[in-house]
Design a protein around this ligand. Structure first.
Ligand code: PMP
Length: 402
């Protein structure tokens, strides 16, 4: 008998499973709206020209392949914290951000989970929105935290359930951790307004909750990195200490390079040094030190003025193309096809994803009859739509809901 004969087969990943089904489909009209990766208007993966330039600069400097320090490339982590907090931030000016490079956003969240499980002195309970990015749940559980949910999405209005959110955060035990999507909430595309962030900050303060921001889409939501950092900066300016996960997968298109950062804001340089030392102790037995190449690319962009401006323009270009697709889809559905139902949320939702309101049977029918693939919860990646396929998509949705 094999040692592994009792290992049960696990379920396939719900998002990557969509890609499998898409690949197996031979119809030329097929559309994959499952995966959260940007595509250009030809439906092709997009390497940012600023990234290509940065790669040239890195290559021509002929850098060595020595190990990075445990917490990564120091210039990169400094610039990542600066991008999140802004140059005027008190925590930046006073050197209070303890930051480490990470294996993209997922790795940042995982370091954060482990750090909180070990050193957060209050509750080991983390509240995540319902729904949230699917991976948050096993990720925080495997880090040793207890995962609970706060209300976030209202199916009736296809918008934020703000009353439910506030009630659930008020009912959370004192000291609990709360995971907040900084912008471009995945999977719903629904973000709190600035006024609502203010109220959330007040409740977090009242209930002595600990805010952990997941910022996987800075710049990708509005097209402006400062605007998209509003929630993070507001909380810090309100005196909260925060934990922060950053990913450069989407805003620099560095998906497979795995570039990210995890940070916490501390109360003094001396405290920062202690936290720094513990981040190293957590990371060293996990993977020793992070990969070089992506961090060098990201840092080249973040540290060179001209390249930085170019990158800002390219982030805006990606965000604007997505916003344009939202407009077009809305117009085709409501004006041209007179599709039954209310579709305003397609336009008002933010970032890469839209929760369409399509039901699981409808998403199944779309795959089988129209070769249109999305996750079973009706989430579509807007970036998968383009000038060539949007009509087929809209017509297929129109048929599916009638
Ligand atoms: N958080 C959220 C909300 C996400 O949507 C993603 C990417 N799908 C991530 C974190 C992490 O992605 P990555 O590890 O590729 O940076």
């Amino acid at each position: 008998v094999s040692i592994w004969s009792a290992v049960p087969a696990g379920p396939p990943d719900p998002i990557l499973g969509v890609t499998e089904a898409f690949k197996a489909d031979k119809d030329p009209r097929k559309i994959n709206l499952g995966v959260g990766a940007y595509r250009d208007d030809q439906g092709k993966p997009y390497i940012l020209p600023s990234v290509k330039k940065a790669e040239e600069i890195v290559r021509s400097s002929q850098p060595d392949k020595e190990y990075l320090p445990i917490t990564g490339l120091p210039e990169f982590t400094k610039n990542a914290a600066l991008l999140a907090h802004g140059a005027d931030s008190s925590v930046i000016k006073n050197g209070l951000v303890s930051v480490t490079q990470s294996i993209s956003g997922t790795g940042a969240l995982r370091i954060g989970g482990a750090f909180l499980a070990r050193h957060y002195p209050h509750s080991k309970v983390i509240y995540v929105p319902s729904p949230t990015w699917g991976n948050h749940i096993p990720l925080f559980r495997d880090s040793g935290l207890e995962v609970r949910f706060y209300k976030y999405f209202n199916k009736e209005t296809v918008g934020l359930d703000f009353e439910g959110l506030k009630a659930d955060l008020r009912a959370a035990p004192e000291g609990a951790i709360v995971l907040l999507h900084a912008c471009a909430h995945n999977p719903t595309g629904v973000d709190p307004t600035q006024a609502q962030w203010g109220e959330i900050s007040d409740i977090v303060k009242e209930r002595k909750l600990f805010p952990f921001f997941d910022m996987a889409y800075q710049g990708f939501a509005s097209g402006n990195t400062t605007k998209d950092a509003y929630a993070v900066r507001h909380f810090v300016s309100e005196g909260h200490q925060i934990a922060l996960s950053q990913s450069f997968a989407k805003n620099m298109g560095l998906y497979g390079e795995r570039v990210g950062a995890f940070s916490v804001t501390t109360a003094s340089p001396e405290e920062k040094a202690r936290v720094d030392s513990q981040l190293k102790i957590i990371i060293r037995p996990m993977y020793s030190n992070p990969p070089l190449h992506g961090a060098r690319i990201a840092n080249t962009i973040l540290s060179q003025k001209e390249l930085y401006s170019q990158w800002e323009g390219e982030v805006k270009g990606m965000a604007d193309r997505i916003i344009g697709m939202r407009e077009t889809l809305y117009n085709v559905l409501t004006n041209d096809l007179k599709t039954p139902g209310e579709w305003g949320h397609i336009k008002s939702q933010i970032g890469m994803f839209s929760f369409t309101g399509l039901t699981t049977p409808q998403t199944k029918a779309l795959a089988e009859k129209a070769h249109v693939y999305m996750t079973a919860d009706g989430r579509i990646s807007m970036a998968g739509l383009n000038g060539n396929n949007i009509e087929h998509f809209a017509e297929s949705v129109n048929k599916a809901v009638r």
